[in-house]
Design a protein around this ligand. Sequence first.
Ligand code: FMN
Length: 349
Amino acid sequence: MSDKLLYALARPLLFSLDPETAHNLTLPLLRSAASLGLPQLMSRPVQDVRPLMGLNFPNAVGLAAGLDKDGAYIDGLSALGFGFIEVGTVTPRPQPGNPRPRMFRLPAANALINRMGFNNGGVDAFVRNVQSSRFYQEKRGVLGLNIGKNADTPMERATDDYLHCLHSVYPYASYVTVNISSPNTKNLRQLQQASELDNLLAKLKETQSRLADQHARYVPVVLKIAPDLDNEQVSTIADALLRHRMDGVVATNTTIARDAVQGLPHAEEAGGLSGAPVRERSDRIIRSLRTLLGKDFPIIGVGGILSAGDAQAKLSAGANLVQLYTGLIYRGPALVRECAQALAGDHLS
Ligand SMILES: Cc1cc2nc3c(=O)[nH]c(=O)nc-3n(C[C@H](O)[C@H](O)[C@H](O)COP(=O)(O)O)c2cc1C
């Protein structure tokens, strides 16, 4: 049975459940299936090596952050054919996130709204999970570790949270993503403003350089930004990325805009909207970033990939690699291979 058919059968069942229940059911199943080596699920990644930030990405399609916040399912997820896996967002201390329900499907728009609020078990448990994965132990691929701040840390102490997490995850990461763009932690996106960003990036780079000496390994640090930025804001961020010699940028997180889903059930739920409605916003930001950052600055494009064509459009807009999350919910794991194959084809032709 192909993974496409398997998912066609599983999807109605999963969609009959509350989205978070479906999520909590699927990930342990995936882990068991992967550890048993079920051939339908074990999809060797498409080989299309992309060197970027000093790393060799086996192919250009990664898992976006947020699906595995605690890094507890890395081995299962890595069996789906991704070229790289990003887990987190993790915070220094454990926190429950927002009350449920906090994730909603908008099937008519191939979209989700979530206000999870960085529910996670804290960075110490996260590191233990990463350490115990075979993916990490056997250096099977590229692993991004995504860091954030606790909801109850005052904004003026936000930098401390990022530095704490950077210290803890550094030795285990292929790269670290600094998430300042979730709409679900109050005022987090303020960190994208010029003076706050300057201060944060300066301290991150200082710490990265100390950690690189200490561990005798340079781990790239990239910044994840929102799609809800005007041209001036994008230009401020691009300037800061270059000035502080950041290693890359992930564009983008979810949107707080609702224009594309007006009138649909759940459209008015608070949180970040992902999937098809964020695609064009994310592509616009990627296009501006490529112009502002020049041809060599690493950009990971994410937002609304539901087909191989969407992934190709991200690369045409200027991304070097792509990630996806919501597409996996609507299209299943076959989407990963489909995108990786299409991008490999483009790459070689
Ligand atoms: C339920 C859910 C939880 C998410 N949690 C995180 C997170 O913890 N950290 C993060 O950087 N992005 C998070 N994201 C954003 C995704 O990584 C991605 O940037 C966004 O959903 C756009 O991509 P997509 O349209 O392919 O889903 C989350 C997205 C969803 C749908």
